[in-house]
Design a protein around this ligand. Structure first.
Ligand code: MF3
Ligand code: CO
Length: 256
């Protein structure tokens, strides 16, 4: 169901989203080589709870037979891992890694969702370009996050920009509406046809999230039922914000 948020709900969305932004502010400062992804997850969980929110990914049930509820506050996906990497005491972050983090805060009944890809220490120029293109793809998309456009305009802008830069978008996962539920309608693919899909209206809150692969678009799912990796072993990056559609420019809720 597509929900239009009232003024009261928009205030609550802003609060939940601000928590996510503050968690990333913290993670950016503490992420270091030698740290495990479990330690990073613990820091995020403490920070989120301190800010009065609940880690919404923890216990999230995908409703797929045989797949356990998600066990952590963060998804932490390193290098050729695309999304949904499960934090582990055995997974150590190394100098030169790119680390994609995705988290959702639930505060006063509303969800805020964002993802960032961090470079740990020095990374090659081409890897930095992947990170820059992934972030820019989000900003290319939200040029169309306005009344008068449709979901397909956002999708098309993201997909065409990424393609123009020589990279691939992931086709099996997409952005989404967000509010009381982490995932609401509409689905927002990172590729598509301009001029198609739902018309955008003020009060819609949307999570726009380009997932970009340096090589071929194909992905694989690991045995854990969660971790998604690139089939060809190439690097992947993720950048996501929750935004609000207004009468004018969109408001990015998960940036400070
Ligand atoms: N935060 C993810 C998204 O962007 C969802 C992750 S699935 C979970 O939609 F199980 F980790 F919650
Ligand atoms: Co999302």
């Amino acid at each position: 169901m597509v929900t239009i948020k009232s003024e009261r709900e928009i205030k609550l969305m802003r609060e939940a989203c601000k928590v996510v932004a503050q968690v990333y502010d913290k993670l950016e400062k503490v992420i270091k080589p030698g740290m495990t992804t479990y330690e990073l997850d613990q820091i995020a969980e403490n920070e989120m709870r301190k800010l009065g929110a609940i880690p919404a990914e923890k216990g999230y049930n995908p409703g797929i037979k045989g797949v356990p509820p998600y066990p952590a506050t963060l998804c932490v996906s390193i290098n050729d891992e695309v999304i949904h990497g499960v934090p582990s005491k055995h997974k150590v972050i190394k100098e030169g890694d790119i680390v994609s983090v995705d988290t959702v805060a639930l505060k006063d009944g509303y969800n805020g969702d964002a993802a960032r890809t961090f470079a740990v220490g020095k990374i090659p120029k081409e890897t930095q370009r992947l990170l820059d293109v992934t972030k820019q793809a989000f900003f290319e998309g939200i040029k169309y996050a306005k009344v008068g456009y449709r979901v397909g305009d956002i999708s098309h802008a993201i997909g065409e920009y990424v393609r123009s830069q020589g990279y691939s978008v992931v086709r099996e996962f997409q952005g989404h509406g967000i509010g009381k539920e982490m995932h609401e309608d509409p689905g927002i693919p990172n590729y598509g046809k301009a001029g198609r899909g739902l018309r955008l209206e003020p009060g819609m809150t949307l999570a726009i999230e380009p997932m970009v692969i340096a090589g071929k678009p194909n992905i694989l799912e690991l045995e854990d039922g969660w971790t998604i990796i690139t089939e060809d072993g190439s690097l992947a990056a993720h950048y996501e914000n929750t935004i609000l559609i207004t009468k004018n420019e969109p408001e990015i809720l998960t940036l400070l």
